[in-house]
Design a protein around this ligand. Sequence first.
Ligand code: SF4
Ligand code: SF4
Length: 123
Amino acid sequence: MTYIVNDKCISCKYTDCVEVCPVDCFYEGENMLVIHPDECIDCGVCEPECPAEAILPDTEKGALEWVQFNLEKSLTWPNITERRDPLPDADENLDKANKFKTLFIDQPASQNLRACTKTNNDL
Ligand code: SF4
Ligand code: SF4
């Protein structure tokens, strides 16, 4: 079992989740985060911290399809271990539908590339 981040996170990046994760298993794309499924210890403390309700256990309906996405992106995006300011349009986009089609930017976080303290090369 693992927890995953789904498309509700896109364009928000409140990062409340990052602060509470005991094993630093969040990874940062340009406008969303993912969880590394093999690093997540299934503690569940991040789920209630997410204002977008984007974090779910993979046992939840519709969550299993996000496991592969979280794994693939966590292998190429930089690790994020500290809270950041949310994206400027976070509140505006919080409840938007079809975020994956209309808002998702498929690239690693540019702001975090230099700052990241742990990369997948270190794992
Ligand atoms: S708290 Fe939720 S919406 Fe914010 S970055 Fe974490 S997973 Fe994404
Ligand atoms: S369930 Fe626990 S280990 Fe997994 S991402 Fe959330 S806080 Fe981190």
